[in-house]
Design a protein around this ligand. Structure first.
Ligand SMILES: [Zn+2]
Length: 210
C-alpha cells in the first residue's frame, strides 16, 4: 500500500534524481530551522502536488509590510516557516530543501529559466514570497543585487573602488531622466553601461542616494 502511494508521487521529483550532481543546482548555506545546520538548497523546483501547495500557502502571511521605497508593490508576503541566516524562507519537498521565494515564483509564473536562474526581490525583503515582488535575473544581476542590498561584504555606492558612478552622478541621472534625457544618452554621458543606468533608475542600485 505504502509503496504504491510512494511510487505514484515519486515521478514528480524525477529530475532531482538525475540532476543533483551538477554543482550549479545546489548550494550549501549556513541555515537555521529549529537549529543551526548546513543545508544543501536545491535550485530546480519540482512539481508540487495539491497537499504540498496547500502546506506551502499556510506558511505565508500575506499581510506583511509595504516596501517604503516601492509602495506601489503592495504588501510583502512574509514566509513564516524556517529561514536561513539571510532571512530567506526554506521549504522542504520530499526531504529536500528549497528557497521558498523560488518555489513561490515557480508556482506563480512557471519554471525558472536557465538564462536567468536567480530570483531577486524588488522589495529587498528576503523573507518575502509575494510573486509580484519577485523577478528573475542572471548571476551577474544577483551579484549586484547582493552587494547593493548589503548581503555581500562589498562597500556601497561610491565607496566601492570599482564604481564608475558617484552620489552626485546618480542624482543627476535620476533628475535628468525625469526631465526627458534618454537612458542611452545618460549611459554615454556618465561613461557607464545602459544596464547600470537601468539599475539606478529602477532603484535596484544606489537606493541609499535620494
Ligand atoms: Zn516583498
Amino acid at each position: 500500500m505504502f509503496s504504491s502511494c510512494y511510487s505514484s508521487i515519486r515521478p514528480s521529483i524525477g529530475p532531482l534524481a538525475i540532476r543533483p550532481s551538477c554543482a550549479f543546482l545546489r548550494e550549501t548555506v549556513a541555515g537555521r530551522a529549529g537549529g543551526i545546520f548546513t543545508a544543501t538548497i536545491m535550485k530546480i523546483i519540482p512539481a508540487l502536488n495539491l497537499t504540498q501547495t496547500g502546506y506551502f500557502n499556510k506558511k505565508i502571511n500575506r499581510d506583511g509590510p509595504i516596501p517604503p521605497h516601492r509602495p506601489a508593490l503592495g504588501p510583502c508576503w512574509i514566509w513564516i516557516g524556517a529561514r536561513n541566516d539571510f532571512g530567506y524562507g526554506i521549504f522542504a519537498i520530499f526531504s529536500r530543501l528549497f528557497y521558498a521565494h523560488r518555489v513561490a515564483y515557480t508556482l506563480s509564473k512557471g519554471a525558472i529559466s536557465e538564462d536567468k536562474p536567480c530570483i531577486l526581490h524588488h522589495c529587498d525583503n528576503t523573507s518575502c514570497v509575494n510573486p509580484s515582488h519577485l523577478f528573475c535575473g542572471t548571476q551577474f544581476d544577483n551579484n549586484i543585487d547582493r552587494t547593493i542590498k548589503g548581503r555581500g561584504k562589498t562597500p556601497l555606492g561610491e565607496k566601492h573602488g570599482k564604481s564608475k558612478l558617484t552620489d552626485v552622478m546618480v542624482r543627476d541621472i535620476r533628475i535628468s531622466n525625469a526631465n526627458g534625457e534618454s537612458r542611452k544618452s545618460l549611459a554615454t554621458r556618465m561613461g557607464c553601461s545602459k544596464n547600470a543606468i537601468n539599475y539606478v533608475l529602477n532603484w535596484d542600485t544606489w537606493r541609499h542616494v535620494v
